[in-house]
Design a protein around this ligand. Sequence first.
Ligand code: ATP
Ligand code: MG
Length: 325
Amino acid sequence: MVHQCRLESNLCDAAPRRVHSPPMKRVIAVANQKGGVGKTTTAVNLAASLAATRRRVLLIDNDPQGNATMGSGVDKSQLQSSSCDVLLGEVEIGAALVRVDPGGYDLLPSNQDLTAAEVRLLTMMAGRETKLRNAIAPLRESYDVILIDCPPALNMLTVNSLVAADSVLIPMQCEYYALEGLSALVNTIEQIRAAANESLEIEGILRTMFDPRNNLANEVSAQLIMHFGDKVFRTIIPRNIRLAEAPSFGKPVLFHDKESRGALAYLALAGEMIRREEEERVDAAHTTATGDNGGGVAVGPDASESSGDEPPEGTSDPAAAHSGG
Ligand SMILES: Nc1ncnc2c1ncn2[C@@H]1O[C@H](COP(=O)(O)OP(=O)(O)OP(=O)(O)O)[C@@H](O)[C@H]1O
Ligand SMILES: [Mg+2]
């Protein structure tokens, strides 16, 4: 209990003072077809960080590697039922969920059986893109946030995740070919939007494993901000050994070393997402009340700079001041 309170106070430091209500009610796919960019690390640790704010969180492991499953402390070789069974409609989703403790969230686990499910999906004539969306429909109202960890490919599993999602969170490393890979993903998102899920949004682009001493990383980061503006999360995930070792203990980093820079960074990310969502809700309420659509004024990433809602030290964006250089 004391532990929970300290987590909350940690988050409050990272998050805006206005945050007080849970409603988020969204399905977020964590996707990037590039391997090893921090999708699973983000999915697991964001799930735990959002759960620490008393939000009801479901994490769906939609990758046959089962890394989010193992990283949540669930043995993928001992599953009664998994995302494979749910995707194929053989098991109702509620019956396949596992409680993650420590973690505070529910998990739809996965293992290599999911590869077989993907092959089965490919041979289906109709409705193969909407299997996951249909499977999670009965549970949408039971959770404030549903996170989907995607595999490193633009395959049928990722397509199912994007069709089921309200938004996509894109973790990326600031490396030489990163922007090129990003445009392939953005194209896919546009195609999904046009074909099957017109309200799909980009939740944000998250810079992961960031090393501020690396000039190239800083350059790529500046380019990202130039192209994607306030879609780039201000929170940066630093390269941090505690984040890398937490999966071997089967725990989110919050329960491995809650004072680590990695744990604080994911708490800050949760705080930033909650603040953004809160701001969107306030704007929407204002628009409804006044009939004013805001006059099309673009709000750039600097707009919140003076709000005093800075993430914890070491996780704020060195380039977010956008001062160039
Ligand atoms: N911020 C970080 N600091 C240090 N190590 C990290 C960080 N984020 C991720 N890692 C490590 O990098 C490796 C890749 O991370 P992760 O598994 O999250 O990537 P992924 O995008 O899910 O990979 P895949 O595409 O294979 O699913 C893992 O060993 C992980 O522990
Ligand atoms: Mg992964």
